[in-house]
Write a protein that binds this ligand. Structure first.
Ligand code: PGA
Length: 244
């Protein structure tokens, strides 16, 4: 992975087929393809691949293959041309009971099948109020990266997404984000003696706060949810994040 800022758009479970076509027509231009990753609903992945986007899958199975109705394996995604996999998004953790062990299994299976895992971590509002953000992040990271090798570190991305900032229009201050990103990088360095891990920020990134957010000098990019659904807004975020 190159040493440039990346912008990941997480479209979540939004849009029907016609809307996806419209979206593609609008977003198609000016996309900095090697620095932008789009994570559509899995059934629409081929649409995006056909237009040469870099694509991430929003979730993968923790199993290799077999009788797992409704699941999609890392190998299946890779065989289609997918490069990235979101793993452990807070919605998966909260709504689908994914725990740190599952996250670790998925991270390992992604790497084994040549997908770059984008490992999502973040504290809840309660964690923040109880001043246990670092403790929570430490646990999430330590589990997620368990049994990985130092070579694997080149292939992972961590997305710091405070749960309380997702879809709420609330974001931490630049100073708080910077301190937390430093903490995450230090932790990975302590665990793996690796100091180049890529860390993104996610949670209510939009066209109004992106200029402010790019000033955080230890950030490697952004994970954008709601704002990535609006082509103009997403293009603006990409432009600022990639060029400034
Ligand atoms: P948001 O979502 O940008 O809508 O807050 C971010 C995410 O869930 O990854």
């Amino acid at each position: 992975m190159e040493n440039k800022r990346i912008v990941v758009g997480n479209l979540k479970m939004n849009m029907v087929a016609d809307e996806v076509s419209n979206y593609l027509n609008k977003v198609n231009k000016n996309i900095y393809s090697d620095q932008v990753v789009i994570c559509p609903s899995s059934i629409y992945i081929p649409y995006f691949l056909k237009q040469r986007y870099q694509v991430g899958i929003q979730n993968i199975s923790s199993e290799n293959s077999g009788a797992y109705t409704g699941e999609i394996s890392a190998l299946q995604a890779y065989s289609l041309g997918v490069n990235y996999a979101l793993i452990g998004h807070s919605e998966r953790r909260l709504l689908f009971s994914e725990n740190d062990l599952t996250v670790n299994k998925k991270v390992k299976i992604a790497i084994k099948n040549n997908l770059y895992p984008i490992i999502c971590i973040g504290e809840t509002n309660e964690d923040k109020v109880m001043l246990r953000t670092e403790k929570v992040l430490k646990k999430q990271i330590t589990y997620a990266l368990k049994d990985l090798t130092i070579e694997d570190m080149d292939n992972i991305v961590i997305a710091y997404e405070p749960v309380w900032a997702i879809g709420t229009n609330k974001i931490p201050s630049n100073r708080d984000i910077k301190n937390t990103i430093s903490y995450i990088k230090l932790l990975v360095n302590n665990l793996y003696h690796y100091n180049r891990v890529k860390v993104l920020y996610g949670g209510s990134v939009n066209k109004n706060n992106i200029e402010q957010l790019v000033k955080i000098d230890n950030l490697d990019g952004f994970l954008v949810g709601g704002a990535s659904l609006k082509p103009d807004e997403f293009l603006k975020i990409i432009e600022v994040a990639v060029t400034k």
